[in-house]
Design a protein around this ligand. Structure first.
Ligand code: M6R
Length: 611
């Protein structure tokens, strides 16, 4: 987690860096800081608190350097405080470092450096890095232009864990070195200037040309060029990747919050994700080159992800199973990676990650690969780490998702996986009328998402009624249960209300004991085959005094419930794409009623790049 930015050019670095940090605040926001070089003077300012506080820091206007690095923190080692904020300097104040990731062996490195006379000012794992660089720098008797790089390279070989690091050195005022291992970092290439960022959207307004680093690749940036080196310091060549996202898509565009904007972008993101993958004539994933023989050899599909992305897997498992007749297990990445799953060459593993940087999901992918399975990444970010690890990658086209709470990425993931399941079924020769109907239903989705978004007044009213609650319940059967899980997660993360999601049929096996007068129960009912049974379950909670909100596409008697939201009818297999929308909006409006920071909920970060 944590966000890092860097700039080297002919403009004052400080405003550019703060601008970048503000866009990366979703990655962490408990403290921030900047270091710049002017002449041979390395200056550093940092403090606890939000990035905007940097504007008020004494001396901030005096940071006139045109080379600088900056950081916004999500604390892992050491509480949020000025001392623990980045950048961190070595004892001689020669080097400044910002770091995203975790140095797992920092204890032993710290002890080693302490024996060498280094004193530490913070409790962070990061502070060993500038001191280790300085240690190797001092030991190097040469004075050539690669001395700085050699020291950074040597220090990195001692680090265990994950890192994206930017380093500046006052002896090399016209360069900056960056390196990554298992943590995100991109290099934006401009005209006479270069940028660093943890993600692409943060610097999209400056450039659309990017270099992507692999693990243990080092980049030396000067104003005019970027040189790349491998771990052995052999020079390597990298191509520029042109990113098509437009800068405006990373702005709020008149919406009060990114989350609301992203909810309302769903017609577009659904449409663009369907794109040319599914048309009336064709379903096309030919870029995957999965032959009929290969798919026939698959005995098991795993869908592995975290949080909302995992819920997208749950929502689409029935489509793979129904049409491809291959058993599917959906697993939480952090569990999958440590439970020795049964995987061989007859296993296909799908990994869903909006950011493509989630540490657990990437580790789970590496595990499956090492056991001989084919791996396919589904990400929203071109060139993200997971797509570079996987055997195959496909992309949702949701555009940048900035709010911590995932919305449009989820619906795009469900769309893309549904089309993928159809494609597999077709390659396997399992076409049938039901499959054709599903294709048509998917093609009508974007319009139905638009319609769903027109109906927000009842959701707002319900949010006003319940925002002071401390507990809520979400119920559903089949696909509706998977949406209940997602609705409950959305509510927890941005409104801080405790909630639980249950399969409606499980209610009487325990949770019903918690239902008493005025408890809020939200039910999703979209599958005509399951409606009767679900209504009986709702009746059971009404009898015990619950306040009920029902989200449905069925013609139900709304007088039975405290509130009812009607959404457009669609194939139950893809109804999560519509039924989740009122739940996203409900979480949003409850959070607003409570006066919370919707886009940056407490303790959370957008991409979880640590375990
Ligand atoms: O970037 P990823 O899709 O890998 O992220 C996975 C989860 O961290 C993410 O979906 C998280 O649960 C969201 N904050 C939920 O809104």
């Amino acid at each position: 987690m944590c966000g890092i930015v860097g700039y080297i050019g002919d403009k004052k670095a400080c405003p550019i860096l703060i601008n970048g940090l503000l866009r990366l605040e979703y990655r962490g926001y408990d403290s921030s800081g900047i270091a710049t070089i002017e002449g041979n003077l390395l200056s550093c300012l940092k403090d606890k608190g939000r990035v905007k506080n940097l504007y008020d820091l004494k001396g901030i206007d005096d940071l006139v350097g045109t080379v600088g690095i900056a950081h916004t923190r999500w604390a892992t080692h050491g509480k949020p405080s000025k001392e623990n904020s980045h950048p961190h300097l070595d004892n001689s104040n020669h080097f400044a470092v910002v770091h995203n990731g975790i140095i797992e062996n920092y204890h032993e490195l710290r002890e080693f450096l302490q024996k060498e006379g280094v004193s530490f000012l913070s409790q962070t794992d990061t502070e060993v890095i500038p001191n280790l660089i300085h240690y190797y720098y001092q030991k190097d008797n040469h004075t050539d232009e690669l001395k700085f790089l050699r020291a950074v390279n040597r220090a990195c070989q001692d680090l265990k864990g994950s890192f994206a690091i930017e380093v500046i050195c006052q002896d090399y005022p016209d360069s900056m070195i960056v390196v990554r291992k298992d943590s995100p970092l991109v290099i934006g290439h401009g005209n006479g200037e270069n940028y660093i960022s943890s993600d692409i959207p943060a610097i999209l307004s400056f450039t659309k040309d990017f270099y992507l680093l692999n693990d243990y690749e080092f980049a030396v940036l000067t104003r005019d060029c970027v040189d790349f080196y491998d771990i052995h310091l052999n020079k390597i060549k990298k191509d520029i990747k042109n990113i098509e996202w437009d800068a405006a898509s990373a702005e709020k565009d008149g919406f009060e919050d990114f989350m609301l904007k992203e909810i309302f972008e769903q017609p577009k993101s659904v449409r663009e994700t369907i794109g040319s993958r599914l048309t009336k004539e064709d379903c096309n994933f030919d870029d995957l080159s999965f032959s009929k023989d290969y798919l026939n050899s698959i005995r098991h599909i795993y869908i592995v992800a975290c949080g909302t992305a995992m819920h997208a897997g749950l929502a689409t498992k029935p489509i793979f199973e129904k049409f491809c007749h291959i058993p599917v297990t959906v697993d939480i990445a952090s569990e999958f990676r440590y439970r020795n799953p049964i995987i061989d060459e007859h296993t296909l593993c799908l990994y869903i990650s909006q950011s493509g940087e989630t540490a657990d999901t990437i580790a789970a992918l590496k595990l499956a690969k090492s056991k001989g399975a084919r791996t396919l990444a589904i990400s929203n970010v071109i060139g993200s780490s997971i797509t570079r690890e996987a055997d195959y990658s496909i992309y949702t086209h949701a555009g940048p998702e900035i709010a911590v709470a995932s919305t449009k990425a989820y619906t795009s993931q469900v769309v893309l996986l549904s089309i993928l399941a159809i494609y597999f079924a077709e390659v396997l020769g399992k076409q049938n009328e039901e499959l054709n109907c599903l294709k048509n239903d998917i093609l009508e989705l974007a319009e139905k998402v638009e319609k769903t978004l027109k109906n927000i007044s009842d959701i707002k009213a319900f949010a006003k009624k319940v925002y002071k609650e401390t507990d809520m319940f979400f119920l559903g059967r089949g696909s509706d249960y998977t949406v209940a899980l997602e609705g409950s997660l959305k509510l927890k993360e941005i409104s801080y209300i405790h909630s639980e999601a249950y399969a409606s049929g499980e209610l009487k096996h325990g949770p019903i004991a918690l239902i008493e007068n005025d408890v809020t129960v939200i039910s999703i009912l979209t599958d005509p085959k399951l409606v009767e049974k679900s209504i009986s379950n709702i009746q059971e909670v009404i009898t015990r005094g619950a306040k009920t909100l029902v989200i449905t596409n069925q013609a139900l008697d709304d007088k039975k419930f405290d509130s009812m939201i009607t959404i457009p009818n669609t194939n139950p297999l893809i109804s999560p794409i519509l039924s989740v929308i009122p739940l996203q909006l409900l979480a949003y409006y409850i959070s607003k009623e409570k006066g919370l920071d919707v886009d940056k909920p407490r303790n959370l970060a957008k991409s979880v790049t640590v375990e």
